[in-house]
Design a protein around this ligand. Structure first.
Ligand code: NAP
Length: 315
């Protein structure tokens, strides 16, 4: 039996992918959405989203993506759990190979694969990641650290947000940052610095996660970059919040990327790529704004581009 040709395959189920699904499904394109390892994307690991328009009192990140998914399903979106491992964009229809070997053919593709948390790479981090004390998600794991001391690594909005969230559970939160001022927005930075449970550890980098032999985190070695002094923070939990790496691997070099590995859209467009009929949306191609609402906006743009592309090229 020959492989069916999809109108449009959307890769990723964050805000960008789900918005693209809502739009293409409402246009009766019967989209197939491939869902990766983090259904719903990064927003599902956020507690309260206070800046998504339309929710004056904030909305839970998980609920927001669940609602988007329900909305996409209502108009006929099909979901399949699969990772794209390779693509051939030199042929028409476009070919996507999935883990397990299945091949999907598509007239148009929207890549909305997001970005994954960046890790420090220090000794002990990998060994104690996931259930052993090192994590990238305070919302998911914060409650495990009731009345314990924890450390958050980073100085951006994510680090400030994670640290503030963790004050609900932890007895003390060390915020370890390599400089002496936070990159986070003023309101978040002020909230974090002023919080009585948060202790700033300025000008410092983590050098080792302790506890590998015991199988759980027993401390974090840090080094002050100005004085050279090394010390150990007596923490049981370490929350890494030092930014993200775009999930563009399987699509390169077919789709052009910039020096940071982010997809590089064609000039004059946020979502058109160097391959006709293939579009990008969300954090996999945006290292500037990286907001739920901007990702959703790009998903919408990509969907409208697909509708036009299919109308012009025999959809
Ligand atoms: P980010 O803004 O890129 O900040 C990453 C932080 O980690 C920086 O402070 C950086 O230090 C530090 N860092 C990077 N690599 C490091 C390393 N190897 N070792 C130690 N420290 C390292 O990332 P983000 O905080 O995840 O935020 C990403 C975007 O999402 C931003 O646009 C942010 O505004 C947005 N965001 C918004 C909200 C919100 O509005 N509620 C919440 C979360 C995120 P330097 O400062 O020295 O570069």
């Amino acid at each position: 039996m020959s492989t069916p040709v999809e109108n449009v395959v959307i890769v990723g189920t964050g805000c960008a992918g789900l918005t693209a699904a809502i739009y293409t499904a409402r246009s009766s394109l019967n989209p197939l959405v491939l869902e990766g390892p983090l259904p719903g994307g990064q927003l599902t690991t956020t507690s309260e989203v206070e800046n998504f328009p339309g929710f004056p009192h904030g909305v839970d990140g998980f609920m927001l993506t669940q609602n988007m998914r329900e909305q996409a399903t209502r108009f006929g979106t099909r979901f399949e759990q699969a990772l794209v491992t390779a693509v051939d964009f030199t042929v028409n229809p476009r070919r996507l190979t999935l883990d397990g070997g299945r091949v999907v053919l598509a007239k148009a593709v929207i890549i909305a694969t997001g970005a994954s948390p960046r890790m420090t790479g220090i000794p002990g981090e990998k060994e104690l990641y996931g259930g052993k004390g090192v994590t990238t998600c305070a919302t998911c794991d914060g409650a495990f650290y009731r009345n314990m001391e924890v450390a958050v690594l980073g100085g951006g909005d994510s680090a400030a947000e994670e640290a503030l969230f963790l004050t609900r559970f932890a007895s003390k939160v060390y915020l370890v940052h390599r400089r002496d001022s936070l990159r986070a927005s003023k309101i978040m930075a002020e909230r974090a610095v002023a919080h009585p449970k948060i202790q700033m550890v300025w000008d410092s980098v983590p050098t080792e996660v302790l506890g590998v032999a015991e199988g759980s985190v027993s401390g974090l070695k840090v080094k002050n970059l100005k004085t050279g002094t090394a010390s150990v923070l007596p923490v049981k939990g370490i929350f890494v919040a030092i930014g993200h790496v775009p999930n563009t691997g399987p699509f390169t070099p077919a789709i052009a990327v910039d020096e940071g590995g982010y997809f590089k859209p064609e000039s004059g467009s946020q979502v058109r790529t160097n391959v006709a009929g293939v579009y990008v949306a969300g954090d996999c191609s945006d290292h500037v704004y990286r907001q739920a609402i901007t990702a959703a906006g790009m998903g919408c743009q990509a969907a409208i581009e697909v509708e036009r592309w299919l109308a012009e090229h025999g959809g």
